[in-house]
Design a protein around this ligand. Structure first.
Ligand code: ADP
Ligand code: MG
Length: 264
């Protein structure tokens, strides 16, 4: 074969194997290899690295889309000084994602505005970037999805869906009491993920109030807590609301400016 036809054959082989990025980069990489007198293996390594980088990027984008994470919040943006009682080292340990590897759970408990969703979402981004399939939902959405699935005869499929991701984030449990069916759905999701996949759950209800959240079905609440808590990290955040804090600081600033103005 002539040099040109070897090149053409190589390009079409790469394209046939769906190695489009490598196919695109072939000419430039061949020139580079000739110019730098690269060994065959060094050339091949460079060429395949192009394809690997593009594939990784595409898969990451896919995991991002799938995750439905509602905000770009990062662990790095979390202001630990605003939550002095929160164990920073524990949060950073969670950030290593060992808990996902171990299929352990994380419970974030606290009043509104203290950063529960921020931390849950931040762990979600870490997991997505580390290659874990991650899915964010609110407890209300999960309940509504399961309700529709039950009506439309898709219960088993939906349950399989919620069993799939390596990390499932269930946000805002307890803002509304759960009807019997919703409680059953949540219970089944928790039960089937038990020891198989992680859940990060945020709630404004202390563990002692879980009975009420499940319409006083203390049995379901207890059974679910059992599975959630065995193998889990519980973070209680009882500090100030960050939003309220920022708000108060802004008000205080305006006040002191006004006072300074008045004194002058
Ligand atoms: P929660 O889920 O506990 O109600 P969020 O996580 O939604 O609270 O936090 C409310 C807002 O305040 C978000 O914009 C979040 O990014 C921000 N926030 C809360 N706590 C902190 C913090 N400690 N550092 C930085 N931002 C924070
Ligand atoms: Mg929240």
């Amino acid at each position: 074969m002539t040099v040109t036809s070897v090149y053409q054959q190589l390009r079409s082989n790469l394209a046939y194997l769906h190695l489009e990025a490598a196919s695109e980069a072939l000419a430039a990489e061949l020139d580079h290899a000739t110019k730098e007198k690269l060994s065959h293996s060094a050339f091949l390594e460079r060429l395949l690295r192009v394809e690997v980088a593009v594939t990784e990027e595409r898969r990451l984008a896919g995991r991002r889309r799938f995750s439905c994470l509602p905000a770009p919040w990062r662990l790095e943006d979390f202001d630990f000084d605003a939550q002095p009682k929160l164990d920073r080292r524990l949060v950073e340990e969670l950030g290593t994602l060992r808990f996902v590897e171990e299929a352990a759970n994380v419970l974030l408990i606290g009043p509104p505005g203290v950063g529960k969703t921020h931390l849950a979402v931040a762990l979600g981004h870490r997991a997505v970037e580390a290659g874990y399939r991650t899915y964010y939902t609110t407890a209300a959405d999960l309940a509504a999805r399961c309700h529709r699935a039950a009506i439309e005869g898709r219960w088993a499929t939906t349950m399989r869906f919620f069993a799939g991701p390596g990390l499932l984030i269930v946000d805002e449990l307890g803002y509304l009491p759960l009807a019997g069916e919703a409680a059953a759905a949540l219970f089944q999701v928790v039960a089937q993920r038990y020891l198989k996949g992680s859940i990060v759950l945020t709630t404004n209800r202390g563990i002692s109030q879980w009975g009420q959240m499940f319409n006083d079905d203390a049995t379901v609440a207890a059974a679910m807590l059992d599975r959630l808590l065995h193998h889990s990290t519980v973070l209680s955040i009882d500090g100030d609301s960050y939003r309220m804090r920022a708000h108060r600081e802004a008000v205080a600033k305006v006040r002191s400016a006004v006072n300074a103005g008045g004194a002058a």
